[in-house]
Structures are given as structure tokens and as C-alpha cells.
Design a protein around this ligand. Structure first.
Ligand code: KG4
Ligand code: ZN
Length: 420
């Protein structure tokens, strides 16, 4: 039959988003209206403002998504399923999207799929995969040309997902659609908050509206560092002494305070009372190094733990705004490259004949091959645009859930606090 067409709606936070996506991985349209300009002067997201802006914007955002999708004469009738974020998120914001989706679905008599926002972040990589030969930060013009499919169709289950954004710092195993195990989460700040607060502390110039926010500005600023090791001795790598299994968690408060302390000391000893730009760049680089190392250590531990449990992890999917960070991506590439999945691993005990057979299997593997070669665990980063909040991931998750028979009744409610 023809591919499924899904409308996705996302209003969990401060962006009003709608998108139309097909089961053969075409993004027919995607519309995102940000409320950034409303919240920025208030120093944070104001739930009431977000609620009203969603109410104002959602109808035209949905209208634009439908009109620009090229659905032909059928218009909205061509849509097979309606997917919407149920949670987690701001209650009133979620309500606007959910009510719109429920009403549309009921009026049109279409299946409704309520989506967990974090499941959507995790599954995005099954919609898009980056060709491993392409540069990490390649952006993809998704709406015009569809999504380029990499050499691997998409991460097969089980895979690890690292969700790193302003709202979340989460490491989990995706076992299958609808089944996840949380391995680690933050005990204090999210990593995005840590980047944002540090950027503020270091007076890093931030052009509002620029993609990536303060975190991206910090990354850019740190590139100017001449002596990135200058402050490393005074910056802790959080929870790096692993005393027990319970230490699978993230923490950024201590690192952030260390940055604050250093800034204070530098200002106190500087004749101008200010911290020189070159030193601020070094501190930014040091902070980034420690924050990224912290994430890397936990991911490495998770890969070891999964391996011990016999979970054959195929890949690490990194998403969320901080997933844009190039240092993070390349360090994760290094770590994952040391692990393998999917078959026999060449060992010293093997005869050269066995090794040859294994090598042959790895270059042209067939399903019947008894000796399957292991492949290195891959890092998959969806294009930056799809790493931040968007409705494409909601529509796609709707498709994945629908294909598993997971449909919801029209009277479902929002779930503002919703563990995976
Ligand atoms: O996923 P996202 O756009 O929004 C939510 O938090 O839901 O994530 C935004 C966060 C911000 O804290 C921003 O500073 C951070 O992602 N960020 C980055 C980079 N780009 C965005 N942090 C570090 N390096 C970057 N390149
Ligand atoms: Zn998100």
C-alpha cells in the first residue's frame, strides 16, 4: 500500500510545532514558531506566556503544515494518523496541543497517538541517519529533499540514547518501541542549564535568536582558547570515582560552582577587576572538556554494563540541543568505536582460517553466515534541526507506534510528569 502519512503536533515547551511525515521517511512539511522573544526578557520560560502563545499560534502553524505538505486536493483527509505530545512538559502548553490533536482526530475520524516527548527524541534517529562519511555537523534540508539515508537504515534495537538538552540529561536503553530503561539522569542541573549558566558567568556574547543558544555560543567561544588546560586542575570531573553501581547519574552543580569560584578569584586578582578574554576562553574550554568527559565516562560505563548483561547495543543515539556540540560528538565516536556488536569478535584464539572467514563475513554478510563479524558501535546524531524540539519527531514516533498497534482513545489527558 501507499506510505502512511502522519501529522505531528508538539507544544510541550515554548515552541509551537507541526509537521507532516510519511512512513517512508519523507518530511513533507515542518513548521516551528518560536516564542523565544517572549521569554528571553523574562530570564526564563513563563508558563502562562507559553500557554497563550500556543493558543494564538497553533491554528496557523497547523494550517501552514498542511498547506505546505503538498497533499493535493485531499488536503488533511490524506493524513492517516494524528500524533501529539502528551508529556512530559508544561501542563497548559501540553493541553493546547493535545486538545487540538484530539479534536482534529475525532472530527476526521483518524487514529490518535499520544507521544512521550523523550521517546520521540530517541526514535528520531530511526527517521534520519547520518552517513558516517559525512562531517558531523552537516545540516540537512529536510523539507525539500527528504532525508538522506545513511549506510545503515537506522539504529536497530537495542540501542543507547543520550538525551542532552536544557530540560533533560538522560541516558537510556531503547529496547523496542514503547520499551525503555533509564540508566542515568541528572541529580541537579541539566547539562543545557550548565552550559547556559556557564556562558552567562563568562559573559559570552550571545546573539539572541541564533541557533543553539548560549551553549552554542560557548562552544564557539571556547574554540578561541589557546591554553585549554589552564584551569583543568581546578575543575572537577563530576562523579568520576565510581564506588558502586548507584553512581550511574549525572551532576553538573559542582562543576558550575567551580567555574564561578575561578571567575571570582580571577576578577579579584586582576587589576581591571575583569577577567581577560583569553582566560575566559580557556575556562570555557575547560568547562566544556569536563562536562563532556563526565558524559563520556557514563556512556562508557553503560556500554560495559550492557555488554555484561548480554544486551547487544548497536548504536548510541545522541539528541537534544547539546547534541549539536561537536566536541561531544567526536569524543563519543572515539568511545563507541572501542565497542562492538552484532556477532562474533575476532580473538587471538582463532585460527587464521577462522579469522579470514570472519573478515569475509564482515565485508559481505549474509543472513545465513554462521560466523558473523562484529561491527563497531556507531554514534548517530540526527541533524541539528531535528535534535531540538520539533514536530517531525512526534509525527515519526506516531508512525512507529501506530505500526505496533499502539493507538490511543480520544479522551486521553496530558501527562506533565511522565517517567519513560
Ligand atoms: O533541545 P533544546 O533545543 O531545548 C530544550 O532544552 O528542550 O536544548 C537547548 C539547550 C540549551 O541549553 C543550549 O544552550 C544547548 O542546548 N546547546 C548547546 C549547543 N547547542 C545548543 N550546548 C552545547 N553546545 C552546543 N553546540
Ligand atoms: Zn525536547
Amino acid at each position: 500500500g501507499r506510505p502512511l502519512i502522519a501529522l505531528g503536533i508538539e507544544t510541550s515547551c515554548d515552541d509551537t510545532c507541526a509537521a507532516i511525515v510519511t512512513s517512508d521517511r519523507q518530511i513533507l512539511s515542518e513548521v516551528l514558531r518560536t516564542q523565544h522573544h517572549l521569554h528571553e526578557p523574562m530570564g526564563g520560560i513563563v508558563p502562562k506566556l507559553a500557554h497563550h502563545a500556543h493558543m494564538r499560534n497553533l491554528p496557523s502553524v497547523v494550517q501552514e503544515a498542511i498547506q505546505s505538505a503538498g497533499l493535493g486536493e485531499q488536503g488533511i483527509q490524506a493524513v492517516d494518523i494524528i500524533a501529539v505530545t502528551r508529556g512530559p512538559g508544561l501542563a497548559h502548553s501540553l493541553g493546547v496541543g493535545l486538545n487540538a490533536a484530539k479534536t482534529l482526530a475525532a472530527a476526521l475520524n483518524k487514529p490518535l497517538i499520544g507521544v512521550h516527548h523523550m521517546e520521540a527524541h530517541a526514535l528520531t534517529a530511526r527517521l534520519t541517519t547520518r552517513d558516517p562519511d559525512q562531517p558531523n555537523d552537516r545540516d540537512v534540508s529536510v523539507s525539500e529533499s527528504g532525508v538522506p539515508i545513511g549506510s545503515d537504515p537506522y539504529p536497530s534495537f537495542p540501542f543507547l540514547t543520550l538525551l542532552v538538552s536544557g530540560g533533560h540529561t538522560l541516558l537510556l536503553v531503547a529496547h523496542s518501541v514503547d520499551r525503555y530503561t533509564t540508566l542515568a539522569t541528572t541529580v541537579d542541573d541539566s547539562i543545557g542549564e550548565a552550559f547556559d549558566k556557564t556562558a552567562r558567568e563568562l559573559d559570552i556574547p550571545w546573539l539572541p535568536g541564533r541557533a543553539g543558544g548560549p551553549g552554542a555560543s560557548l562552544e564557539e567561544f571556547a574554540k578561541g582558547s589557546i591554553d585549554p588546560g589552564r584551569y583543568l586542575e581546578r575543575l572537577p570531573i563530576p562523579l568520576s570515582l565510581r564506588s558502586s553501581k548507584n553512581e550511574m547519574k549525572f551532576s553538573f552543580a559542582g562543576l558550575k560552582s567551580a567555574v564561578t569560584r575561578i571567575v571570582k578569584q580571577e576578577k579579584a586578582t586582576s587589576p581591571s577587576g575583569e577577567m581577560e578574554e583569553s582566560k575566559r576562553q580557556d575556562l570555557a574550554a575547560g568547562f566544556q572538556h569536563c562536562a563532556v568527559t563526565h558524559l563520556c565516562q557514563k556512556v562508557e560505563q553503560a556500554l560495559v554494563d550492557c555488554h555484561e548483561k548480554g544486551l547487544d547495543i548497536s548504536s548510541l543515539v545522541i539528541s537534544g540541543g547539546v547534541g549539536r556540540n561537536a566536541t561531544l560528538r567526536s569524543r563519543m565516536d572515539e568511545i563507541c568505536g572501542q565497542f562492538e556488536y552484532g556477532g562474533a569478535i575476532a580473538t587471538d584464539k582463532m585460527s587464521s582460517k577462522e579469522k579470514k572467514k570472519l573478515k569475509r563475513a564482515s565485508t559481505n554478510a549474509t543472513p545465513n553466515e554462521t560466523l558473523k563479524a562484529a561491527r563497531p558501535v556507531r554514534v548517530i546524531c540526527p541533524p541539528p534541526k531535528l535534535c531540538t524540539d520539533n514536530a517531525v519527531m512526534i509525527a515519526w514516533t506516531g508512525i512507529e507506534r501506530y505500526q505496533q498497534g499502539l493507538v490511543d482513545p480520544y479522551d486521553i489527558d496530558i501527562v506533565p510528569k511522565w517517567p519513560l
